[in-house]
Design a protein around this ligand. Structure first.
Ligand code: PAF
Length: 280
């Protein structure tokens, strides 16, 4: 496994692979890798000849007052995780490598980004689309892997790739949870012991909502209310949003039919956590 910091080095390695006709998979990450990332790497390892992991805490997707500075970083551990997962190349650029001083082009989207996380993080998806688009141009993967935990991000990236006719297959991978249900996230490290216990209200609400839909409930308002009540019963939790939306348009639904995303963002103390479930 090789780690490179420059775009030129990535291009050189990937071009050599492509000359041999090899299939290249990309797992874009912000590092502090956990089992969720590992599952993306495993899927890429199975489906591709070569696996690239990018590790870049992208300043452009953090708004003012968000956790850009405190976002956890541990390159040594991340390198070991990638090595163990059979990754071929880590791309770990400095912000100056990705954004020159006169950087002025952005990838933005009119639909899908205004609801859910886009409501409280207005510049977030512009930053995500811009950096992911750059990574796609740099690495030129055949397939790219994203977790369903960031379900809105997954829908946005799929839409971007379709709009821009990018010849990249976007592979969505299931949410990976701790044994007690909490969805794995790099931000879980911010939680104190009592907050860690309180954070279980997210997965409890997800499982309860999921059960209601499985047992035939089609009234989105009723499912949402049951989920909200579970979260509100937890004193350390403050809801940012709990919404049931059409998974194709990300617009709110009243009746559950077709692919539906039930998504939430909840503050546990100062830490903002997300979780969701999707029904077919
Ligand atoms: O999901 C993430 O970790 C980031 O949003 C991504 C896709 C790596 C872009 O910075």
């Amino acid at each position: 496994m090789k780690t490179v910091n420059t775009i030129a080095e990535v291009r050189e390695v990937v071009k050599a692979w492509k000359r041999e006709g090899l299939i290249v998979g990309l797992v874009p990450t912000m590092g502090y890798l956990h089992e969720g990332h590992k599952s993306l790497m495993d899927a890429a390892r199975k489906q591709c000849d070569k696996v690239v992991v990018s590790i870049f805490v992208n300043p452009m997707q953090f708004g003012p007052g968000e956790d850009l500075e405190s976002y956890p970083r541990d390159m040594e551990r991340d390198t070991a995780v990638c090595e163990a997962a059979g990754v071929d190349l880590i791309f770990h650029p400095e912000p100056s490598e990705m954004y020159q001083d006169d950087f002025s082009s952005f990838v933005d989207m009119n639909t899908l980004t205004g609801n859910l996380c886009g409501k409280t993080r207005p510049i977030h998806f512009r930053g995500v689309c811009t950096v992911v688009s750059k990574l796609f141009h740099i690495v030129t993967p055949d397939k790219a892997y994203f977790g369903q935990k960031d379900a809105q991000q997954l829908a946005v990236i799929r839409h971007m790739v379709s709009d821009m006719n990018e010849d990249i297959e976007i592979v969505g991978c299931p949410i990976i949870r701790e044994t007690d249900g909490l969805a794995k996230s790099s931000r879980n490290t911010y939680l104190s012991d009592s907050e860690r216990r309180a954070a279980l209200c997210l997965s409890r609400a997800v499982f309860a909502g999921q059960d209601m839909v499985k047992s035939g409930e089609r009234n989105a308002g009723k499912v949402r209310q049951a989920m909200v009540e579970i979260i509100e019963a937890e004193p350390l939790a403050r809801i940012d949003y709990v919404q049931l939306v059409d998974f194709r348009t990300l617009e709110d639904v009243e009746v559950i039919q077709g692919p539906m995303l039930a998504a939430m963002a909840v503050y546990i103390g100062k830490t903002r956590l997300i979780d969701n479930f999707i029904t077919e």
